[in-house]
Design a protein around this ligand. Structure first.
Ligand code: GLN
Length: 503
């Protein structure tokens, strides 16, 4: 039988209902697994003390996530639990309130295990800009787990959490999901409340689930989605029963679905192994009855440039609040107020965050606003139109999630541009505010590949339907990395960076 730590939430829930396991047993299994593999994976920034599962079985009744242990990315505020955003500048910040998503999961009876590692302020694609340590990919400990929600993805892949939440501004849920061989979804902008999510780029940020399979994704999304009066950008749109939609639909039949394959996503820079796996997946989708045809999103090549003006511009404004006065870190070396601000920010922010603040401040400055920021917004509109036009012909689009599989730790750190290219396939979707999922679709060089399915605004049900049909027809989601955690940790300690999970 599959170990409890490797099971999706819906299966654990079934065992609860049949009285075949208890919250106590599930928690114990998860914490033992964490003890075993966490020293080598380092998915968490903070682990909460092991709860006493006794008496917690009451949580299970009626709630689909009752008694399910999960993890939160450390940019999601948790009352009474330090929330660092992977940054020194927020160290010691203990939020006085829960983010709406954290409160929703608490209410659903899910059990928080801890807060996961991430790139500082979610700026990065590898978890390496974290102020603490890089997280390692459970499939190969020499590689990054992706980012910025790398800790959440690695925790799920390594069996250290049943599911996790991440945030996605330019790909930060989907790209690490793809690198770690798990399911990750960025919902439509406005589908999930951002209240209590530390802001990076407010017109792009969206919280999404990282899970073992598509059914769990639907289940978690159902709990966190919906209008929130505390976030005026959250949509007043009914939340469908995503999971029931999957189970009631015909999962082996995609007849009547029209699916577009944007050719620009297979252009230069895509690894042959990734392309092969994605093309095979597209064939499977076709065999399930969908009508598949190539299409074009002509402004794709400008998405990166637009994103790296818009996201830093918004970030430079959002991050102005970290001044050493209100929360977190404060420099000890200052003599006047300006000194307090500068020294705190100089010591508190890492190099990538400083780069973004400078880029954003420059793009917004009086003389350059029209040339950079305004122009980028116009390009954003063109990108939206590309998608809108494609969706006149197609119900959904499929593409790779990332042009490559996970890369080695350290490999891209000195080359920001190459690092930024990790998100070429995900960034346009954020600019257009659309829902998209990454599902495991094979391996290349022993590392997982992700298939991205993109939908119209609020068509999470359509995205999930195709993802589920594909998943049911394949077995990629059932693979788990072979992780000899303790042994690997010892080898890492001896010879840092030179170790693979398979060795
Ligand atoms: N890697 C992209 C960036 O660094 C996206 C990050 C994200 O989605 N939070 O901005």
């Amino acid at each position: 039988m599959t170990e409890l730590w490797a099971m999706p939430a819906w299966k654990i829930h079934e065992l609860y209902e049949k009285g075949k396991t208890s919250v106590e047993e599930v928690c114990r299994t998860l914490y033992r697994r964490i003890e075993e593999v966490e020293p080598s994976v380092k998915a968490y920034i903070k682990l909460l003390p092991e709860p006493d599962g006794k008496g917690a079985d009451g949580r299970v009744t009626g709630s689909p996530l009752g008694g399910i242990p999960y993890a939160l990315k450390d940019n999601i505020c948790t009352a009474g639990i330090e929330t660092t955003c992977g940054s020194r500048i927020l160290s010691g910040f203990v939020p006085p309130y829960d983010a709406t998503v954290a409160a929703a999961l608490k209410k659903a009876g899910a059990m928080l295990l801890g807060k996961t590692n991430m790139d500082e302020f979610a700026m990065g694609s590898s978890c390496e800009t974290s102020a603490f340590y890089p997280t390692r990919n459970p499939w190969d400990l020499r590689c990054v787990p992706g980012g910025s929600s790398g800790g959440s993805a690695a925790a799920v892949a390594g069996g250290e959490a049943v599911f996790a939440l991440g945030s996605d501004t330019g790909g930060s849920v989907r790209q690490p999901a793809s690198f770690c061989g798990v399911v990750g979804m960025k919902p439509t902008y406005g589908r999930v409340s951002r209240y209590g999510l530390v802001a990076f780029a407010s017109s792009l940020d969206q919280i999404g689930p990282l899970t073992r399979d598509v059914r769990d994704c639907a289940r978690v999304l159902g709990v966190i989605a919906g209008h929130d009066p505390r976030d005026s950008t959250s949509a007043v749109a009914e939340v469908p029963d995503y999971e029931r939609g999957l189970l009631e639909g015909r999962k082996d039949d995609l007849r009547g679905m029209r699916i577009g394959v944007p050719k620009e996503y297979f252009a230069q820079g895509i690894q042959a192994g990734v392309k092969h796996a994605v093309m095979e997946a597209i064939k499977t989708i076709q065999e399930l009855g969908a009508f598949v045809e190539e299409c074009s999103l002509p402004h794709t090549e400008y998405a990166m440039a637009a994103y790296y003006l818009i996201a830093p511009a918004e970030a430079s404004s959002n991050l102005a609040r970290y001044d050493g006065v209100k929360y977190g870190y404060r420099s000890e070396h200052w003599s006047d107020l300006t000194g307090l601000y500068t020294k705190t920010r100089m010591e508190g922010f890492g190099p990538e965050v400083k780069r973004r603040i400078m880029l954003g401040t420059y793009a917004l400055s009086a003389g350059y606003y029209d040339a950079f920021y305004l122009k980028a917004q116009k390009v954003r509109t063109l990108i939206r139109y590309d998608f809108a036009k494609a969706f006149e012909r197609f119900d959904l689009l499929v593409a790779p999630t990332s042009p490559t599989v996970a890369f080695r730790i350290g490999e891209r750190m000195d080359d920001p541009l190459t690092m930024y290219l990790s998100d070429v396939c995900t960034i346009p979707i954020n600019l257009a505010g659309l829902p998209a999922i990454s599902v495991p679709c094979g391996f290349s060089e022993g590392l997982p590949v992700g298939l991205q399915i993109i939908g119209k605004p609020f068509d999470e049900p359509g995205v999930l339907r195709v993802a589920y049909a594909y998943e049911q027809a394949t077995e990629w989601h059932l693979r788990i990395p072979h992780l000899d955690g303790v042994e690997a940790a010892k080898r890492i300690a001896r010879n840092d960076g030179q170790v693979s999970a398979d060795e």
